[in-house]
Design a protein around this ligand. Sequence first.
Ligand code: NI
Length: 169
Amino acid sequence: MALLDILVYPDPRLRNKAAAVEEFDESVTTLVADMTETMYAAPGIGLAAIQVNVPRRIIVIDTSEDRSDLRVFVNPQIIEKDGEQQIDEGCLSLPGIYAPVDRAESIVVRACDQHGEPFELRAEGLLAVCIQHEIDHLDGKVFVDYLSRMKRDRIRRRLEKEARKRDVA
Ligand code: NI
């Protein structure tokens, strides 16, 4: 397994649209293992392949406190949405940034696991938010896109400043 580099906003590669996985070969299981390790090490509760610069429709999520609930979604699609909720979202591609976003309260998602086995899952609360957030990444979208332009510009300047500091150090 290997730790992967996570792209940081406003890296233009976060805008790539991910392509559906057609073949469930070893490249998928290896990527899922590496993404899982990278997510846990960060630490984070969700990671989309786009964030490690792999434009394939693959997501890993674990919203448990003790890393006991790993979920893998390949080619995920939301087929039902209900209600509304807002929680402060964060993102491994926007370190230190948190903001509330309007999301559905409950969803039904259809996806495959890393071996190509199809499943459907009804999710609510944090897990539902997390799935919606990660699927956005697959479409080149990040959560700050939902904020006002002014807030987004402020966040971009802050992250660019921090990146410059890192480059100098
Ligand atoms: Ni994210």
